[in-house]
Design a binder for this molecule. Structure first.
Ligand code: PEP
Ligand code: MG
Length: 754
């Protein structure tokens, strides 16, 4: 291929004219392949589009038999074109026919050609098709030619993504628009149908082809400069990008901002005729394609960092205004984001949110807690979610099975619509139980309480028919705030909570921060094992000012009414005794200043560190009540990180070891007349809750959605019969065995809904 007569810039100018012509999509595509072939002096130029059924179809060609257009179809893993689609990498060969992947299609008349160059049509890292050029001679394509073809490919990718070619693919759509189903992890249960709203939407680059390349180069350079100095500022201030990234990440991002290879590729893309933003996107898309195919988690993270940087650059070039602001949500919005903090989620109007899809964030992340509090079905760890969806696409969040269906077909949509109706009917049935007291068949009264952490949670008290709040996680107010809540703000929240609860009791837990619960405005401690580190009551005792402010706010907010406070992560009796002394000091202080004290101030302990199992008599004798935090208790008992998906399901809370721990606590507490409840997740699962009742627990605290199903279980179960079953099974089982099968069989046999 001799030097191109007009170079890539001229080609892009011609393409821009072709894009503007009022002709049919096929005519436009035919014109484009002619232009490309002429410009790069190739005898052949062809466009293959990835179809819905995963085949690659010849959509246009200059140089091959025109009759083959829309007839030649290959599997996505077939031939050289398939290879390019799969690897998302350019392929340049001086003799294509010698390549092992070469697949001969007689209808195309390809036998006359030897040199072959193909590039993927990429958008946000996804392959939409393949663009190829061929020559009769055996020749080697230069780096510049490969680069120029990739730039041209971008224009075609946008044309495919716009849906313009949909009309040419009537029987099965193009892959760009096809239905996709992806798996993820359930953060908040439920099913939501709606339309995609991108949180911090991917910036859409509309002007691809430069009118003045020199000006575009200047724009690129100054954007790079601005982004670099913004990052330098952040590093210097020790600040954070968003709220989670640490200094280490910033340093890496800064390093990338000076990466010569990355900068060179963007500059080359501008030199070849793209606008500055199109150049950034073009390089970003290649990077994303690599990221999606990279299995090494470290390298993936680095590619993620580079992706972040490209986003910053795009924002700098196009301006912040192109972001959709929260608040302007359509009805039935499903938010899709790479990651999101709890405060950002709260910025959206909850009544219009039908679901949340995230690429990152574990089930115990703060955004998950907020999503559950708001009752928004949420799925996380959905790979590449933001690139798979376009704003406005139909989408279904199945936060029961942990699936997300983007652009679902009519059957899937109908099946889910039916499922949603069924769930609504079941909710209706639970609602009918709302005012029915939770009493077992043999007359045992069970207190069903709510886990809460935000004021909005209190709405569920009436809706779900809960008796009170069994666990109010005060750290949520701290986690969603931009800065440390003042004493007055804390007091105002507690007062609002008490007044929303009315006469129903509320058990407030003091700040449980540290570990995974990080406050964005507090310096992050580098700890080897944060779950075992400086957290919860440990911070409270070491830095009593924080705890004292909170206790004072609570005592004042109680306004003379009864108050229940409990302390998290207590590991020794002494810790509780010291915490109680701080409460007493605060009470004395308020008394001196004439404030009304709570008519009854009960102090409890969360049993969530296994050491308490071996001081259970002593702690039950000291505390006014106990509450089993089974989430942490199980984590520490089985040495299984509750946030680590690889291990989180390795143990069964219905195993003999776990049940012995639960039974020990219940028995010893009741022996000294100390009330004990369970406030971890297991209390909200009907089968597990049934076992807890069998072991003597009479109070359970759970998420709002769990109250209905647990109450339905309580109403049909015989507590004495479950106790007898557990006694018998525990007597003859070995450590490590689970009572799950026996309990499930019992429930089935007695018609207990679980
Ligand atoms: C628990 O550990 O079981 C618990 C209820 O507390 P959290 O989930 O907030 O740690
Ligand atoms: Mg806990």
């Amino acid at each position: 291929m001799p030097a191109a007569p007009g170079g890539p810039r001229l080609l892009l100018r011609r393409l821009r004219e072709a894009m503007a012509e009022p002709v049919s999509p096929q005519a436009r595509l035919d014109r484009i392949v002619v232009l490309i072939a002429a410009n790069v002096v190739a005898e052949v130029c062809s466009v293959y589009v990835l179809r819905d059924d995963n085949s690659l179809e010849l959509f246009a060609t200059e140089g091959l038999n025109r009759e083959a257009v829309h007839l030649t179809r290959m599997r996505a893993d077939e031939g050289l074109v398939g290879l390019i689609a799969q690897t998302a990498e350019p392929l340049s060969l001086s003799d294509a026919q010698q390549h092992p992947a070469f697949s001969y299609r007689p209808e195309t008349g390809e036998e006359a050609f030897h040199a072959f160059l193909g590039v993927p049509l990429l958008r946000a890292g996804n392959t939409l098709g393949v663009l190829t050029v061929q020559n009769k001679t055996y020749r080697v394509y230069s780096e510049e030619e490969i680069e120029a073809l990739q730039t041209t490919a971008m224009v075609l990718s946008e044309m495919i993504a716009s849906g313009e070619l949909q009309a040419l693919a009537p029987d099965a759509g193009t892959a760009a628009r096809r239905a996709v189903s992806v798996r993820g992890t359930v953060l908040a249960e439920g099913i939501g149908l709606g339309h995609v709203v991108l949180h911090e939407p991917r910036i859409v680059v509309r002007t691809l082809i430069a009118e003045n390349s020199e000006r575009e180069m200047t724009r690129l350079e100054s954007a790079i400069e601005n982004v670099r100095s913004a990052i330098d500022d952040l590093v210097e201030r020790g600040d954070k990008i968003g709220s989670v990234e640490s200094r280490e990440v910033l340093e890496t991002v800064r390093m990338f901002a000076h990466d010569k290879g990355w900068l060179r590729r963007m500059r080359e893309a501008v030199a070849s005729g793209l606008t500055a933003e199109a150049a950034v996107e073009r390089v970003q898309s290649d990077n994303r394609a690599r990221m999606l195919r990279q299995s090494d988690p470290y390298l993936r993270d680095r590619l993620h960092d580079l992706d972040d940087l490209a986003n910053r650059l795009l924002r700098e070039l196009i301006g912040q205004d192109s972001f959709g602001l929260p608040g302007s949500l359509p009805e039935n919005a499903i938010l899709v984001a790479r990651s999101m903090g709890p405060a950002a989620l709260l910025d959206y109007e909850p009544a219009r949110l039908r679901g949340l899809v995230l690429e990152e964030g574990g089930p115990t992340s703060h955004v998950a807690i907020v999503a559950r509090a708001l009752g928004i079905p949420a799925v996380s760890e959905v790979e590449n979610a933001t690139a798979l969806c376009d704003a406005g696409n139909a989408i279904i969040v199945d936060a029961v099975a942990g699936e997300v269906h983007v652009r679902p077909g009519p059957e899937i949509e109908a099946a889910y619509a039916e499922m949603v109706r069924l769930r609504a009917r079941r909710q209706e049935q639970y609602r009918a139980l709302r005012d029915v007291p939770a009493v077992t068949r043999d007359g045992v009264r069970i207190g069903l309480h709510l886990n809460a952490g935000l004021l909005v949670d209190l709405n569920h008290l009436d809706e779900a028919g809960a008796e009170g709040v069994g666990l109010f996680r005060t750290e949520l107010q701290f986690m969603v705030a931009q800065r440390m809540p003042s004493a007055a703000e804390q007091q105002a929240l507690y007062r609002a909570v008490f007044s929303a609860a009315g006469t129903r009791p509320v058990t407030i837990r003091t700040l449980d921060i540290g570990g995974d619960k990080i406050l964005p405005y507090m310096p992050k401690l580098e700890e080897e094992n944060p779950a075992l580190g400086w957290r919860a009551i440990r911070i409270g005792l070491d830095r009593p000012a924080l705890l004292r402010v909170q206790l004072r706010a609570l005592l004042k907010a109680s306004g003379g009414q009864p108050l229940k406070i409990m302390f998290p992560m207590v590991a020794t009796v002494d810790e509780f005794v010291r915490a109680r002394a701080i409460v007493e000091r605060e009470k004395a202080h308020l008394r001196r200043h004439g404030y009304p004290l709570p008519s009854d101030c009960q102090l409890g302990v969360m049993v969530e560190v296994p050491s308490l199992l071996f001081q259970i008599d002593e702690i039950a004798a000291e505390a006014d009540f106990l509450s089993v935090g089974s989430n942490d208790l199980m984590q520490f008992l089985f040495a299984v990180d509750r946030e680590n998906r690889r291990v989180a399901h390795r143990f069964d809370p219905l195993s003999v070891a776990a049940l012995r721990a639960f039974r020990l606590i219940a028995e010893r507490a009741s022996a000294v007349g100390c009330p004990v409840t369970v406030c971890g997740e297991i209390g909200g699962r009907p089968l597990e809750a049934m076992a807890l009742i069998g072991m003597g627990y009479r109070g359970l605290s759970m998420s709002p959605a769990a109250i209905g199903p647990v109450k339905a279980m309580v109403l049909t179960v015989d507590a004495g019969a479950v106790a007898a079953l557990i006694d018998a099974e525990m007597a003859r089982m070995h450590d490590g065995d689970s009572l799950r099968p026996a309990l499930t069989a019992f429930a089935k046999a007695h018609g207990v809904p679980i």
